[in-house]
Design a protein around this ligand. Structure first.
Ligand code: FAD
Ligand code: NAD
Length: 457
C-alpha cells in the first residue's frame, strides 16, 4: 500500500491545478488518469471543437469574400489540414499539461483506472493507494439513448468525431443543443448536408424562445435542415448509409444520411468508480452529491467538475478547484452557490450568456425591466458585415440588480463578460449606463440596451 496526503482521480480541468496547489503546500499527491491528461476539454471537447469552428468560420468568410470586395474564387476544404490543425492545438495543450505535471515536485502520476476500495483507499490495477483526502475529477461521457435500432447502425460521438478522415456527405445530428449545434454548423461549412433532429419542440430548450428561434434562423439560412418535435427517433441501415426515423408530426417521415452524430447529453463517469465501497452518495443520474464546499457525503472525499452535476463547463470545473483550494488551503470560505451561471454556445455568431434567462427571471416573481436590440442596429456588427442575432438584458425593476443577459451576435461571447463582472461586483445596472465603452465595439451598445429597458408584466 502506498500512502499519500491526497489522491486525485482524473486529470481534467480541476485535478491538475489542485495537484499544483497541494504539492506547493508540501503535500504528497497521487494523480490518477486512465486516458489523456487534460480530459474532455483539451482532447475531445472545447479545444478541438473551437479549433474546428475557427476553420469553419474561415471557410464561411472566404465564401462571403465578394460581400467585402475580396475575390476568392471557389472555396475548397482540405479536411486533412483542418483535422491536422485541430490535432496540433489539442496535442500541444495536452503536452503542455503533461510537462507541467512531470515537473511538479511531490506528485506521483499514475496511469490507469481508479476504483475505491474503502473511503481512504483506491486501487489502480494491482496497485493500492491510501490517503486522508481523496478528490474526484472524473468528468463525463456521451449518453447513448436506448433508441430503437441504435445497435444496428454506426454512430459518432464527440470522441469519434475527432477521428473523422473525410467530410460526411450527409451528417444527421441527433440532439439540438450545445454539442449538436456546434458540430452541425461547422460540418455544413465544411460542405456536408446536415440535418438536426431534436425531440423537443425547439432547439436549445434551456434558452428563451426568442433565442432558440434566432439560432434556428441562423442555421437554416446556411442550409441546415432542422426537425424538431421528433418524438419517434429510430435508426436503420439504408444501402451504404444510415436512416433516422423521425415521423410522427410533420415533414418527411425518414431521413437518409451517411453518418449519425449522437449529441443527446452527457453522463458522469461514476458508474465504475466503486463509490459504494466508499459510501459516497450520488443522485439518481449518478452525479456525486456535494455540499457548498464540494465535499461529498463522506468527509474527506470531494468531487469537482462535471461529475458533481453542479456545472457542465470547463470554467465551472476550474472554479470547483478554486473553491476546494480556497477552503482547504487558504482558509477562505468560498462556496459553489456564489457562482453566477455563464457560458457561450460557439455557433457563429456565438451566444454569450450570463445569469438568468428571461424565462428564469419571470419565474422568480420579481418586477422586471428588459431591454433588447437587434445586432442589425449595432455599428460594429454592420461594419463587420455580421448583423445576425440580438442582445437582451434583464434587471430587477425595484433593486436595479442585473439579473441576466443573452448576447447572440458577433463578439457576444466576449461582450457578455462586461455584464458578468458588474454582476459579480454586486453593482446596479446604472453602473453600466454611466460607463463609457470603446467605439466601435459590440460592448459600447450594452449601456444603451440597459438604458432603453422597459417594464414587463
Ligand atoms: C464537444 C464538446 C465541446 C465542449 N465545449 C466546451 C466549451 O466550449 N466550453 C466549456 O466551458 N465547456 C465545453 N465542454 C464541456 C467541457 O469539456 C467539460 O465541462 C469539462 O471538460 C469538464 O471537466 P472535468 O474536469 O469535470 O472532466 P473531464 O475534462 O472530462 O476530465 C475527467 C478526466 O477523468 C478521467 N477519468 C474518469 N474516470 C476515471 C477513473 N476511474 N480513473 C482515472 N481517471 C478517470 C478521464 O479520462 C478524464 O481525463 C465541451 C464538451 C464537449 C463534449
Ligand atoms: N460551448 C460550450 O460551452 C459547450 C459546448 C458543447 C458542450 N458543452 C457542455 O456539454 C454538455 C452536453 O451537451 P449536449 O449538447 O450533448 O447535451 P444537452 O444536455 O445540452 O442537450 C441534449 C439535447 O439532446 C436532446 N435529447 C436528449 N435525449 C434525447 C433523446 N432520447 N432523443 C432525442 N433527443 C434527445 C435534448 O432535448 C437536448 O436538446 C452541455 O450541457 C454543456 O455543458 C458546452
Amino acid at each position: 500500500m502506498k500512502r499519500f496526503d491526497a489522491i486525485i482521480t482524473g486529470a481534467g480541468q480541476a485535478g491538475p491545478s489542485l495537484a499544483g496547489r497541494l504539492t506547493a503546500a508540501g503535500k504528497t499527491v497521487a494523480l490518477i488518469e486512465r486516458k489523456h491528461v487534460g480530459g474532455t476539454c483539451v482532447n475531445t471537447g472545447c479545444m478541438p471543437t473551437k479549433a474546428m469552428v475557427a476553420s469553419a468560420y474561415a471557410a464561411h468568410l472566404a465564401r462571403r469574400g465578394a460581400d467585402y470586395g475580396v475575390v476568392t474564387g471557389e472555396v475548397c476544404i482540405d479536411f486533412h489540414k483542418v483535422m491536422a490543425r485541430k490535432d496540433k492545438v489539442r496535442f500541444d495543450a495536452r503536452k503542455g499539461n503533461e510537462d507541467w505535471l512531470a515537473g511538479m515536485k511531490g506528485l506521483t502520476f499514475i496511469r490507469g483506472h481508479a476504483r475505491f476500495e474503502s473511503p481512504t483507499e483506491i486501487r489502480v490495477g494491482e496497485e493500492r493507494l491510501s490517503a486522508g483526502q481523496i478528490f474526484l475529477n472524473v468528468g463525463g461521457r456521451a449518453v447513448v439513448p436506448d433508441f430503437p435500432g441504435v445497435g444496428d447502425v454506426p454512430h459518432l460521438d464527440n470522441v469519434s468525431m475527432m477521428e473523422l478522415t473525410e467530410v460526411p456527405k450527409h451528417l444527421i445530428v441527433v440532439g439540438g443543443s450545445y454539442i449538436g449545434l456546434e458540430f452541425a454548423q461547422m460540418f455544413r461549412r465544411f460542405g456536408s448536408d446536415v440535418t438536426v433532429v431534436e425531440k423537443g419542440p425547439r432547439l436549445i430548450a434551456r434558452e428563451d424562445e426568442d433565442v432558440s428561434a434566432a439560432v434556428r434562423d441562423i442555421l437554416e439560412r446556411e442550409g441546415i435542415a432542422i426537425r424538431t418535435g421528433a418524438e419517434c427517433i429510430r435508426f436503420f441501415k439504408s444501402g451504404d448509409g444510415v436512416g433516422v426515423g423521425v415521423d410522427c408530426t410533420a415533414g418527411t417521415p425518414e431521413i437518409l444520411g451517411s453518418h449519425i452524430l449522437l449529441a443527446t447529453g452527457r453522463r458522469p463517469n461514476t458508474d465504475d468508480l466503486g463509490l459504494d465501497k466508499a459510501g459516497v452518495a450520488t443522485d439518481k443520474r449518478g452525479y456525486v452529491t456535494v455540499d457548498e464546499r464540494l465535499e461529498t457525503s463522506v468527509p474527506g472525499i470531494f468531487a469537482m467538475g462535471d461529475c458533481n452535476g453542479r456545472g457542465a463547463f470547463t470554467h465551472t470545473a476550474y472554479n470547483d478547484f478554486e473553491i476546494v483550494a480556497a477552503n482547504l488551503l487558504d482558509n477562505e470560505p468560498r462556496k459553489v452557490s456564489d457562482r453566477i451561471q455563464t457560458y457561450a454556445l460557439y455557433i457563429d455568431p456565438p451566444l454569450g450568456r450570463a445569469g438568468m434567462s428571461e424565462t428564469e427571471a419571470r419565474k422568480s416573481g420579481r418586477k422586471l425591466l428588459i431591454g433588447t436590440r437587434p445586432m442589425s442596429r449595432v455599428g460594429r456588427a454592420k461594419e463587420k458585415g455580421e448583423t445576425l442575432g440580438f442582445m437582451k438584458v434583464i434587471a430587477d425593476a425595484q433593486t436595479k440588480e442585473i439579473l441576466g443577459a443573452s448576447i447572440l451576435g458577433t463578439g457576444g461571447d466576449e461582450a457578455v463578460q462586461s455584464i458578468l463582472d458588474v454582476m459579480y461586483a454586486g453593482r446596479p445596472y446604472t453602473t453600466i449606463t454611466h460607463a463609457v465603452h470603446i467605439h466601435p465595439t459590440v460592448s459600447e451598445l450594452i449601456p444603451t440596451v440597459f438604458g432603453d429597458m422597459q417594464p414587463v408584466d
